[in-house]
Design a protein around this ligand. Sequence first.
Ligand SMILES: Cc1ncc(COP(=O)(O)O)c(C=O)c1O
Length: 410
Amino acid sequence: MSTRDECVALDATDALAPLRDEFTLNEHEIYLDGNSLGPVSRAVSKRVNEVINEQWGHGLVRSWNDAGWMAMPTRLGDRLAPLIGAKPGEVLVADTLTFMLAKLIGGALDQRKDRYVVLTDAANFHSDLYIVQAMASRAGRPITVKAIERSALEGELSEDVALVMLTHVDFRSGEMLDLKGITTKVHDVGALMLWDLAHSAGAVPLDVEGANVDFAAGCGYKYLNGGPGSPGFLYVRKSWQGVLENPLPGWLGHARPFDFESEYVPAKGMQAFVTSSPSIVALAALDGALDVWERASMEQVRVKSLRLTDLFIELVEARLPDVFDIATPRDHAKRASQVALRHAESYGIVQALIERGVVGDFRDPDIARFGFTPLYLRFVDVFDAVEILVEVMNTELYRDAKFAQRNAVT
Ligand SMILES: Cc1ncc(COP(=O)(O)O)c(C=O)c1O
């Protein structure tokens, strides 16, 4: 079993270790929830302050022209593109994720007008299930949305299928799906593929280009550390641009927004997927958050992420044998950057851990979820977090009545 000294030694030689200083983290707290809300970084505070005090404060309305505000959705898209394996001009940062999915689902369904089935995962994030159903019911033809078991996907693929919409990394278990393999099978029957990359962007290396993905979307507040409610991103493969229509058109996606024409004419490229005024302060936060990626490659992050999750699994198994069912795959090819532990008392366990300074979260019905974010997490943090988990379990602290009270956000 790994020792604390070994963890300290790993931290001493970790090339990513200096990046921790870029983030604001509470002293004596181990933050294992960056898969839900990433922490703020110095560059975020700096950029947001600049925008508020200088661009908005002094520039006022002139800053739409002078400070490049109008170009922020596409400029940030270009900054984010390498993290998902896209090219410049293929990514847009604007609305939050569910809206992005709505745009892509609506646009995609119009491209397969002779098909009447949409496939998705029964275990998909509930917002994805709601929005796909809502968009399908408004597609102007009867469409059946089939929320199926992931393992049944191949059997369900047929020439009736217009669109397959999946989340690449399961938000509960952390299981990662085969981006390229699935996309290829979906294309083999002539259907389109839309991936939700919420738990993938900034967590694992992605190659949407190489996998021939049609469309993808993700959020900015998890592993990208863009802040609560940060704008999300949308990817449209180059070959679909100018073909795929934005079903939620607005003035800023128009080719000539300040001509105030009553007829909608889409702008060229990704700008056509902008609907309304960009949230400049929120975009500035994400812009700052992206700075850290100039000092870290996704490949470095992946190597450390797997070491961190391996270490956590190893220590939990060694120190708490048979206490938890580990829902996250051991196979590196199927594991992203979180570990999910199943236990009937998971809610209380997570609350007790938070009180003891280890922040994770709970996902219904029985998952204690821990995110491992290599930009600011140390190996020694993993060791110490497991020590505290052992204490919580051995003392049965989680049974305290105060930990039974469900918060609105779990
Ligand atoms: C997999 C997945 N999809 C969609 C969403 C919804 O994102 P938003 O609130 O930005 O619309 C989330 C939120 O956490 C998510 O985890």
